[in-house]
Design a protein around this ligand. Structure first.
Ligand SMILES: C[S@@+](CC[C@H](N)C(=O)[O-])C[C@H]1O[C@@H](n2cnc3c(N)ncnc32)[C@H](O)[C@@H]1O
Length: 377
């Protein structure tokens, strides 16, 4: 903790800058509104979490206009609290309040907030109800020490939230849209090949492909025991017999290829989280068959802040970075510290070339936040 803040984050000494009287009051008001809008985002996020967790959105989806009492009846929840939650949702423009005082979730809102298996944009996994105080303390400490916290240290709720956040799009598009975009990949998986996923997290991607290609075998690796346990549970739920998971770093990938080289390695949304993605790529190259494929999913970014600002959610990505991705990327003393928006196409190409790969082909499949790269020896 730095000298200027107390353990709860409140200021201890205060050179707060020039006195407010010298500042334009209108500019101050406008700026205050901007700052408070972020506080509003924080509490509305918690309301979204409650709406998902308590089944409120699902109870409203397709039901037409409802009163608070109707919704309380349908969900078995307290009518007064439900009414207040509804008013807050209407104030946040997440649903409509009709003139007669009834509330309605329209089809677009329902797709985003209630339809986990049918909408690629379902968001509730990202709304976990806040960051545990001990994790916030660890984040603050990292600014003093320069050493970040791993995904495991970010907590089980974050691990489960991340898996759930990525699941809808993965389940709906990985086999039907992403894999067919890579030349020859679907045919190879159909015939049967050895697949390893590094940084597999909760295992949704691997489980999804394993279910579609029973002739291939799949091994997921992740250093987080919580993520690996979640991935094993997922495989059990999906009754998969061709997939297994081991705890380990990407550089331990040789432990997954005892039986021969890998035909396909997946690195989904994880290279920028690794302290040493350069070493991970070199380890992958060592175990990949000469005609093998490394399929990388990375964040859509350019390496140029002004161009990246075209993304209206760029501040969200930097927030994810400071609280999660960059933390992980700095969790070892010699970490390169790429972070969420740190691995753009040119940098990946340079790193892959240095690791001994011969070609990197980018695939833009129109996903708002991701690009794919087909990396070959
Ligand atoms: C953002 S999550 C992505 C998880 C999953 N691939 C997905 O798409 O949902 C990043 C994952 O990378 C893992 N990770 C971090 N450092 C790693 C390393 N050195 N080797 C392998 N995995 C690592 C984390 O534990 C975490 O599960």
């Amino acid at each position: 903790m730095s000298a200027e803040t107390s353990p709860d984050g409140s200021p201890q000494t205060g050179d707060a800058g020039p006195p407010a009287t010298e500042l334009d009051p209108e500019a101050l008001k406008l700026f205050a509104l901007k700052v408070w809008s972020y506080k509003m985002g924080e509490v509305v996020s918690l309301m979204i979490h409650l709406g998902d967790r308590l089944g409120l959105y699902r109870a409203m989806a397709g039901s037409g206009p409802l009163t608070g009492a109707d919704l309380a009846d349908r969900t078995g929840l307290d009518a007064r609290l439900v009414e207040e939650w509804l008013l807050g949702q209407a104030a946040a423009d997440l649903m409509t309040r009709h003139d007669d005082g009834r509330f309605e979730l329209d089809a677009v809102s329902a797709a985003l907030l209630a339809d986990e298996s049918g909408s690629v944009d379902f968001a509730a996994g990202a709304f976990q109800g806040g960051t545990p105080p001990e994790v916030v303390d660890a984040l603050a400490r990292s600014f003093d020490t320069g050493v970040g916290i791993t995904y495991e240290e970010q907590g089980a709720v974050a691990t489960a939230g991340l898996a759930r956040m990525n699941a809808p799009r993965t389940r709906q598009t990985l086999v039907t849209e992403v894999l067919p975009a890579v030349d020859g990949l679907t045919e190879r998986l159909t015939a049967g090949t050895r697949v390893v996923e590094i940084g597999c997290g909760g295992g949704v991607a691997l489980a999804t492909i394993a279910a579609a290609f029973p002739n291939s075998t799949f091994i997921g690796i992740d250093p987080s025991p919580t993520a690996v346990e979640l991935a094993r549970q997922q495989a059990r739920v999906d009754s998969l017999t061709n997939v297994s998971f081991i705890e380990g770093f990407a550089t331990d990938i040789d432990r997954a290829t005892d039986d021969g080289p890998a035909g396909l390695v997946l690195a989904f949304d994880c290279l920028h989280d690794m302290p040493r993605p350069d070493r991970a790529l070199a380890a992958v190259r060592d175990v990949l068959a000469d005609d093998g494929i490394l399929l990388v999913k990375e964040i859509r970014c350019t390496g140029d802040f002004d161009r990246d600002r075209r993304n209206p959610l760029l501040a969200l990505l930097y927030g994810f970075s400071v609280t999660s991705c960059l933390q992980s990327a700095l969790s070892e003393a010699d970490g390169l510290g790429l972070g969420t928006v740190g691995l753009h196409g040119d940098r990946l190409t340079d790193m892959a070339t240095a690791a001994g790969f011969g070609s990197v082909t980018q695939h833009d499949l129109g996903e708002p936040n991701n690009l794919y790269y087909d990396v070959r020896p």
